[in-house]
Design a protein around this ligand. Sequence first.
Ligand code: ZN
Length: 160
Amino acid sequence: MQIAKDSVVTLDYRLHLGDGKIIEETEPGDPLVYLHGYEEIVPGLEKALAGKKAGESLKVEVSAEDGYGPYDPEEVEEVPREEFPEDLELEAGGMVSATDEDGDEVEFLVKEVRAKTVLVDFNHPLAGKPLHFEVTVREVRKATEEELEHGHAHSPGHEH
Ligand code: ZN
């Protein structure tokens, strides 16, 4: 069957940013499983996969706009040092996960540690970058009722 809305798709992929250097890839035997049409993967890749079948391989170039979005300079902010937990190690170039006041997990890049403030970048690390995917479709099946209710695929080992 062809990939369409409400398909559960199993695929292997490799991702690079145009220079061929793989920055992300599925491990053998540990493919990506997603529910098509529910924005589980970046829009440009989802679009390119529509109509494909198991066994097909394709190369997909996704623009930043159809990937993780454009890089937004407004997302770079200077935050007072005391807003960070004291035991949190802050180092320029490091990615930090923290919980904001609403209890949501946020991830950001530390750009610079200053005397009283920290310059942080809340952009997705791949924002503003064209994405080059090499994808092989392994399996396509219809989603179960439960998957459609949840809006995501239930792969083996999936937990809530
Ligand atoms: Zn679920």
